[in-house]
Ligand binder design. Structure first.
Ligand code: HEM
Length: 401
């Protein structure tokens, strides 16, 4: 480690809410794999370069299995407070391989494309409601939170009659003003509900993911029903908070870059590139992905011992010069798609990425088509960004049109 550079302190301060903390740039240049101490006293390595992040996430000697002690990420910022039963994100091979295969075949680009008309319908319903009751409107409760939640209901096969209650629980889990006890109560109610639904679908399956997971534990290869519950809950949580914040943050970004927004309006064929560039520009898992070394290894030339914690910063990797052609700090809607790390890398790479892209595309196209004069109702400097949360984004986005 270079003498002039003090060890990173997490969370790092941002100069601008639309860019990652500037310290990442200094770390990439001078100390790309550096030791730091989490506020709870746990020491870890912070990996900041694109090539090292990808190499680390692809390295089987770094495990996601965290039985020995709680992961440091829980001590930083407000985690959702939801304790998942065993799911993909906490499994190593061979258990991970089995469940991953079951889930990935439900989430292929082709299967997700079949959901597209329904996603567009959900988007339009919410835009019409916004138009009836506004302006103004707060994008977060009016659109960004309920749209992904209803899409997940479709995917998981939540019966229409249960959706209002299901959404009430997911709202409590995501709301900034929910007390820890409320979040825990809502998540155990949700877990109880999903558990009962899986049992019901085991008896009378439909054509949805929960039914398929439930069936796999009856006549398929899955060894236990715990995994069906854990992975059902994972799909619900992984697909909700990330996508909701992704929508909110990307809408604000497009509003703050009117020239780039104009480019997409003048050439709608650019929307797919714009979506990919928006994904690269903001990696919403703000502190990075946590792993633990099962053996001694070297990352970016730095010796890491068995048992050490490793945190891979996706936000930093996406701003590394090696990650894309041209200046990575610039938001260019028409940029040649870069192979960013926002969905992770390696065997745990996001299983919901095709769906996330579809949702983002439908949400942005729908919103700017329905409200061509959309603008922020407050200066962007006053917006409440989620600087203290595991998933970066916004608590509130007041809009008018
Ligand atoms: C923009 C929205 C999203 C972002 C940024 C995102 C990001 C990520 C990242 C970084 C990982 C890797 C975690 C790790 O390696 O430890 C991941 C895993 C995962 N994501 Fe997403 N995700 C998004 C949306 C979704 C959606 C919509 C779903 C499904 C409904 C989903 C389901 C999953 C699942 C099941 C995994 C675990 C994969 C595994 O461990 O094998 N995600 N996601």
């Amino acid at each position: 480690m270079t003498a002039e550079l003090s060890p990173p302190q997490l969370p790092m301060q941002r100069d601008c809410p639309l860019h990652p903390p500037p310290d990442y740039q200094r770390l990439r240049a001078q100390s790309p794999v550096s030791r730091f101490t989490w506020p709870n006293g746990v020491q870890a390595w912070l990996v900041t370069r694109y090539a090292d992040v990808r190499a680390a996430l692809g390295d089987r000697r770094l495990s996601v299995h965290r039985t020995a002690s709680p992961p440091p990420s829980l001590a930083l910022g407000r985690a959702s407070g939801v304790m998942l039963p065993r799911s993909l994100v906490g499994m190593d091979p061979p258990e991970h391989t089995l469940w991953r295969r079951l889930i990935i075949r439900e989430m292929t680009a082709r299967r997700m494309a079949r959901l597209r008309p329904r996603i567009e319908e959900i988007v339009d319903e919410h835009l019409e409601r916004m138009a009836r009751t506004g302006p103004p409107a707060d994008l977060v409760p009016a659109f960004a939170l309920p749209v992904p939640s209803l899409v997940i209901c479709e995917l998981l096969g939540i019966p229409p009659a249960d959706r209002a209650e299901f959404q009430r629980h997911t709202e409590v889990i995501s709301a900034v003003d929910s007390a820890a006890g409320q979040v825990q109560a809502a998540s155990s109610a949700l877990m109880g509900y999903i558990g009962e639904l899986i049992a019901a679908k085991r008896r009378a399956p439909g054509d949805d993911i929960l039914s398929h997971l439930a069936q796999a534990t009856v006549d398929g290869p899955a060894p236990d029903s715990d995994g069906a519950l854990g992975n059902g809950m994972l799909l619900l949580i992984a697909g909700h908070e990330t996508t909701a914040n992704m929508i909110a943050l990307r809408v604000v970004t497009l509003l703050e870059y009117p020239d780039q927004r104009r480019l997409v309006r003048e050439d709608p064929a650019l929307i797919d590139r714009a979506v990919e560039e928006l994904l690269r520009f903001h990696a919403v898992i703000q502190y990075g992905l946590v792993r633990r070394a099962t053996e001694d290894l070297s990352i970016g030339g730095q010796q890491v011992q068995a048992g050490d914690w490793v945190v891979c910063s996706l936000a930093s990797a996406n701003r590394d010069l090696a990650s894309c052609a041209g200046d990575p700090a610039e938001f260019r809607a028409g940029r040649e798609p870069a192979s960013h790390t926002s969905f992770g890398y390696g065997i745990h790479q996001c299983a919901g990425q095709h769906l996330a892209r579809l949702e983002l595309r439908a949400a942005l196209s729908g919103l700017f088509r329905r409200f061509p004069g959309l603008r922020l109702a407050e200066p962007s400097g006053q917006l409440p960004f989620r600087t203290d949360m595991f998933v970066y984004g916004l608590h509130r986005v007041p809009l008018c049109w």
